[in-house]
Ligand binder design. Sequence first.
Ligand SMILES: [Zn+2]
Length: 235
Amino acid sequence: MLDTLLELQTRDTAIDRLRHRSDTLPERAALESVQAEQAVVEQQVAEATVRREAVAREEQRFDDEARSLEDKAAEVERRLYSGEVTSPRELQALQADVDQLRRHRGGLEDRELEVMERRESLDAEVTELGRRAAELEAEAERLGGALGEVEGEIDGEMLVERTARDEIAATVDDGLLADYEQCRHRARGMGAARLNGNTCQGCHLSIPSVEAERIRKSPSGTVAHCDNCGCILVP
Ligand SMILES: [Zn+2]
């Protein structure tokens, strides 16, 4: 019966290792790091897009104003050359209007050009961030796939170990099983270990030789615990 506990311990140790492996998969850490960067880049894309749109609106406003001034200048110019106006003073005033409107338009166009350069640089920034976001998306997908694959393998191994473990546990007396579980809980996963000479194979520490001798001479099935780690010692 006590030897059965060692078989159970072997399975439980394997399950613990699989669980630990599953909890510490480098693929998961890598995926989380990529996802964190994705969140940052998404935020940057959103911010750059807002800035780009504000600048694009400013550019459009300058463009609209420049067009409207040009329309006005063309209208005044039309009157200037229409022959409707003959007074030299009035003609001079109209020419001055045209010049003034065109100067104003020219000034707006210079500012529009500056804004356009800012908008183009933001266009490039948004494009670059979008490219980075796509790269990260592909990387996250690749890592997600790799993680799923490893997790699937571990799940498969886990199922084998658990099935075997449950089969063994079903053959162990309830009281002994409860004792074993309690020891496992206390002794960092070790519920039962072989007593090898004076050494507990659970914690690899020695117990007094008198104690080891007493355990070996006890009637079969007598449960004894390691003084150091508390696991059930199997002589
Ligand atoms: Zn021990």
